[in-house]
Design a binder for this molecule. Structure first.
Ligand SMILES: [Zn+2]
Ligand SMILES: [Zn+2]
Length: 82
């Protein structure tokens, strides 16, 4: 199973296209933008407590065969400051 490339930040719903250098992801593929991950989240996934690291860019030729997810996941209450 290739990594699920989700299209948005779970906190602020900002778009995170597959080639975005601002996408951060945890080991469960929870996806956040750099602003939320480095800011309010302090580098930790609010769902599982794991590390948030930069999501690797999938090469364009691979995206055709393994496309990014189109399913938007957003936390109901956003990410409250801790
Ligand atoms: Zn965000
Ligand atoms: Zn997580």
């Amino acid at each position: 199973m290739p990594l699920e490339l989700r299209p948005n930040c779970e906190c602020c719903d900002r778009d995170l296209p597959p080639d975005s250098m601002a996408a951060r992801i945890c080991s469960f593929e929870c996806t956040f933008c750099a602003v939320c991950a480095d800011g309010v989240l302090g580098g930790r996934c609010p769902n599982c407590g794991g590390e948030l690291l930069r999501r690797p860019i999938r090469p364009a030729e691979k995206l055709a065969r393994f496309p990014a997810s189109a399913v938007r996941t957003v936390k109901a209450d956003g990410c409250a400051p801790t």
